[in-house]
Design a protein around this ligand. Structure first.
Ligand SMILES: Cc1cc2nc3c(=O)[nH]c(=O)nc-3n(C[C@H](O)[C@H](O)[C@H](O)COP(=O)(O)OP(=O)(O)OC[C@H]3O[C@@H](n4cnc5c(N)ncnc54)[C@H](O)[C@@H]3O)c2cc1C
Length: 324
C-alpha cells in the first residue's frame, strides 16, 4: 500500500496535494498496490470522496476536535500511527510547508528515511530519488533505505492527471492517540483572505511587483491590473522587507511558489531566489526599464519601459476592450 497525505480546506483537496496524489498513484500502479489517503480537519470526508477521480481507494479521515486546526507534531503522530497500522511501503505528501513539516515529524517518530522536494522517484532495489536542493537550483540523486520511505513531491513538478478508471473511496474515521506534547505547536487563529481575492498559489494570472514599483502606494496600479485579469498580486522580497506589502504576497524561495498561466513581472530583476518561486509559470511577461535585467532570459514577452507608464496603459486597453 502507498499512503498519501492530502491537504484540504473546506472540503476541497488542495491543487498541489492532487499533484502528490497523481505522483503517488503512478507509484502505486507500477507496484500493483492500492493507494490510500489521510486527511485532517473539518470537511475532510468531503475532500476524501473527491479523491476517487485520482485513483485513491480508501481514505483515513482524522476529524478530531483537537486536530481541526493545523498541529504539525499531532498530524505527524497520526501519520506515524497509520504507518504502523497499515505498513505502507511509501508515504507521499506535497512539498508544501505543511507536507514537509508533517512528514519530517512522522519520519523522526518512525526512525524512517525522508526525502523532500522529489521530482523523480525510481523505486526498486535501490529506491532512488531525484530531489531539488537550494530552492531548485541544484538536483541531487539520493537513495532511501528502509521498510518505509517518506517523500514529498516538489510543488508544481507534476502535471495533474486523473486516474484512467475512477474509484469509489472507502472513507473511514481514524482517531490517533495523542499526548499534550503533540499539541504544543498548533494554529490558534486563522486570518481569512479578503473576500473575492484570488489566492496567490492558485492564481492563473499573477502581477508581480519589485523594487522598481517604488513604494507601497504605487501598488494600486498593479492591484488594478490584477483585478481586471482576475489574478493576484505577488512581490519580491525587497518589497516585503521594505514593509510595502505583506510576506503572504512574496514569491520565491522564502515565499510562495506560483504556477500561473502568465506571470507579469514588473520592476523585478530576477534574482535566483525569486525565479525559484515563479519558474513554473507557463509564460512570463517582463516589464522593466533595464533590457539587461537577468529576468529577461526567462521572458516569453518583454516591454522595455517604465512600469508606471506601461501597467496603466495595459489596464486602460483591457477596460476599453471590455467596454466595447
Ligand atoms: C536566503 C535568501 C532568500 C531570498 N528569498 C527571496 C524570495 O523568496 N523572493 C525574492 O523575491 N527574493 C528573495 N531573496 C532576495 C533576492 O536575492 C533579491 O534581492 C530580490 O529578489 C530582488 O528584488 P527585486 O527584483 O524587487 O529588486 P532589484 O533586484 O533591485 O530589481 C529591481 C528591478 O526593477 C527595475 N526597475 C526599476 N525601476 C523601474 C521602473 N520604473 N519600471 C520598470 N522597471 C524598473 C530595475 O531595472 C531592476 O531590474 C532572497 C535572498 C536570500 C539571500
Amino acid at each position: 500500500m502507498i499512503l498519501v497525505l492530502v491537504e484540504q480546506d473546506g472540503g476541497q483537496p488542495s491543487r498541489s496535494s492532487l499533484e502528490a496524489v497523481t505522483a503517488a498513484r503512478r507509484l502505486a500502479v507500477a507496484a500493483g498496490v492500492p493507494l490510500e489517503a489521510v486527511l485532517f480537519g473539518a470537511g475532510a470526508s468531503g475532500a476524501a470522496a473527491a479523491l476517487g477521480a485520482y485513483g485513491v481507494s480508501s481514505a483515513h479521515v482524522v476529524e478530531h476536535a483537537r486536530l481541526d486546526a493545523y498541529a504539525p507534531a499531532a498530524w505527524g503522530r497520526s501519520v506515524a500511527e497509520l504507518v504502523k497500522a497499515g505498513s505502507p511501503s511509501i508515504v507521499v505528501a506535497v512539498g508544501s510547508d505543511r507536507g514537509q513539516e508533517v512528514l519530517a515529524y512522522a519520519a523522526a517518530m518512525l526512525d524512517a528515511p525522508m526525502a523532500a522536494n522529489c521530482v523523480e522517484v525510481r523505486p526498486g532495489e535501490l529506491f532512488e530519488v531525484v530531489r531539488q536542493r537550494w530552492g531548485g537550483s541544484l538536483l541531487e540523486e539520493a537513495r532511501l533505505d528502509g521498510p518505509v520511505r517518506l517523500l514529498t513531491i516538489a510543488e508544481h513538478a507534476t502535471q495533474l492527471e486523473e486516474a484512467a478508471a475512477p474509484s469509489v473511496v472507502a472513507v473511514a474515521p481514524f482517531t490517533p492517540t495523542l499526548s499534550d506534547a503533540d499539541l504544543r505547536v498548533r494554529v490558534v487563529a486563522r486570518v481569512a483572505p479578503e473576500a473575492g481575492k484570488v489566492s496567490l498559489a492558485d492564481a492563473r494570472v499573477v502581477v508581480g511587483g519589485g523594487r522598481g514599483v517604488g513604494g507601497s502606494e504605487a501598488f494600486g496600479e498593479l492591484e488594478e491590473l490584477a483585478a481586471l485579469l482576475h489574478g493576484a498580486v505577488g512581490v519580491s522580497r525587497v518589497v516585503t522587507s521594505a514593509g510595502w506589502r505583506p510576506h503572504s504576497q512574496q514569491v520565491g524561495q522564502t515565499g510562495t511558489r506560483i504556477a500561473p498561466d502568465i506571470y507579469i513581472a514588473c520592476g523585478i530583476s530576477g534574482a535566483i531566489q525569486h525565479i525559484v518561486g515563479c519558474k513554473a509559470a507557463k509564460a512570463i511577461l517582463v516589464i522593466n526599464t533595464d533590457r539587461e535585467a537577468p529576468i529577461m532570459s526567462r521572458a516569453a514577452y518583454a516591454v522595455i519601459g517604465d512600469l508606471h507608464t506601461v501597467v496603466p496603459a495595459i489596464s486602460a486597453e483591457i477596460r476599453r476592450r471590455q467596454a466595447s
